[in-house]
Design a protein around this ligand. Structure first.
Ligand code: PHE
Length: 438
């Protein structure tokens, strides 16, 4: 459940639908499912094997399994990446918080379907409001980290994730019943392979790493807490399948509404913040109270799904500073807070005053996001499978994967999974990564 909690987050609800929109729909989803099952699942399993075998966080795991080697850099990378991701994750977390506020103050119902689209553009291009909400979101994350209320947030996420599933199904049903939704449904189920490019493949791979929290040691850390009796294969497949299902459901909740609202599917990071309010405004014409309650529930759950992920992102840097640099926990937390706040502030301003600044043709926000998911996570994931496939002893990997030979079904699957880990995943990830730069 904790792994599913870390995996299911803004990546599924916010990022997946707009990346699908930018890459042409159904054909991209097929590539995504392929990447998820054949590349991400082996990487997930490789991370679990490293974590449970070593019983340590990423940096410590490298020291235990490959003492004194250059693999320590993989450890450092896994500390740096989550902090960079947190900085802009918090900006989107702030948007969700603001939209929760808008739901509470009935803004969607009051502005009506015509004007609701302008709410978003007006909000993100302003200077102070998004900064304020980014700060509030990061402060909430900091409070959880400082209070150490892990059991609290865990219990909450156990409640939220099923609730989120129920809500997304309800919204998807409403969304596909809207007039004009058919084009959106077709967009999701009728593949048009001419829209696929090399770029789509790296986007699909990056998205699946991002969504499963791979390539940065989070699964390594979580797996170090898993008992020796637990079935790693079942845990990995279970997490991957629920994450995948959630993303596809989010697609069906968002895309039909995108077409019904006449918004371009490739509208970028603001997609859910433009389409869901449209649904809420439309519902609000006949059922204003119901619409407001659903809007509040929806953004509240998005907020908590985001918080359970952001806490895990912040914890990595804090744990590193406490364990390796011997900092006191509050000081470590404040240090990570300050660094991520500053980078996040620049990302937030890139939708407003800094919108003219471009890095390789992208605004600052998108450049940081793409750099993290398409470069850092890909490199992290690649190193991880190389480590398990080539550096660790095959017998040790088999032993961990099959719980010392007691899980017979895992034993049957082992040759296939090991093949994926040793050859298919590193080669495919390597090719996709290099093709991205050609
Ligand atoms: N997987 C999370 C999501 O889909 C994002 C995340 C990435 C969380 C890495 C933790 C670590 O939103």
């Amino acid at each position: 459940m904790a792994m599913a909690g870390s995996a299911i987050g803004l990546g599924n609800i916010w990022r997946f639908p707009y990346i699908v929109g930018e890459n042409g729909g159904a054909a991209f989803i097929l590539v995504y499912v392929f990447c998820c099952l054949f590349l991400s699942v082996p990487i997930f399993l490789a991370e679990s094997v490293i974590g449970r075998r070593s019983g340590a966080n990423c940096r410590g795991a490298m020291e235990k399994l490959a003492p004194g080697s250059g693999w320590k850099w993989f450890g450092y990378l896994s500390v740096f990446t989550p902090m960079l991701i947190l900085s802009y994750y918090s900006v989107i977390g702030g948007w969700s918080l603001n939209y929760l506020w808008k739901g509470m103050t009935l803004s969607f119902v009051r502005s009506g379907t015509e004007a609701v689209g302008e709410l978003f553009g007006g909000f993100i291009s302003s200077t102070w409001a998004p900064l304020l909400f980014h700060t509030l979101f990061l402060l909430m994350t900091l409070l959880v980290i400082l209070g150490g209320v892990r059991s609290g947030i865990e219990k909450f996420s156990k409640l939220c994730i099923p609730l989120l599933f129920v809500l997304i199904v309800a919204i998807a049903i409403y969304s596909v019943s809207l007039p004009g939704a058919k084009t959106g449904i077709n967009y999701l189920i009728r593949p048009d392979f001419s829209k696929l490019t090399a770029r789509s493949c790296i986007d699909a791979l990056g998205q699946s790493f991002y969504s499963l929290s791979l390539g940065m040691g989070i699964i390594i850390t979580y797996s170090s807490y898993i008992s020796k009796k637990e079935n790693l294969f079942a845990a990995g497949l279970g997490t991957a399948v629920s994450d995948l299902m959630f993303a596809i459901l989010a697609g069906f909740a968002i895309m039909p509404a995108v077409f019904a609202a006449g918004i371009a599917p490739g509208a970028g990071p603001g997609l859910i913040f433009e389409t869901l309010p449209f649904i809420f405004a439309k519902m609000g014409v006949t059922m204003p109270w119901l619409s407001s309650i659903v809007a509040i529930l929806f953004f509240l759950t998005v907020l908590f799904a985001a918080l359970t992920s952001s806490v895990s992102l912040m914890e990595v840097g804090v744990a590193y500073l406490v364990e390796e640099k011997k900092m006191k926990r509050p000081l470590a937390a404040l240090t990570v807070f300050a660094a991520t706040w500053a980078v996040g502030a620049v990302c937030s301003l890139s939708f407003g005053p800094l919108s003219g600044v471009k890095i390789f043709g992208n605004d600052i926000f998108s450049a940081v996001d793409l750099f993290c998911s398409n470069v850092l996570l890909t490199v992290g994931g690649f190193l991880c499978v190389v480590f398990v496939g080539w550096k660790m002893k095959k017998e040790d990997v088999r032993d961990e994967f099959t719980n010392g030979g007691t899980k017979r079904l895992n034993g049957k699957w082992f040759p296939f999974v090991y093949f994926l880990t040793r050859y298919a995943a590193p080669i495919a990830v390597g090719i996709i990564f290099i093709a991205n730069f050609l």
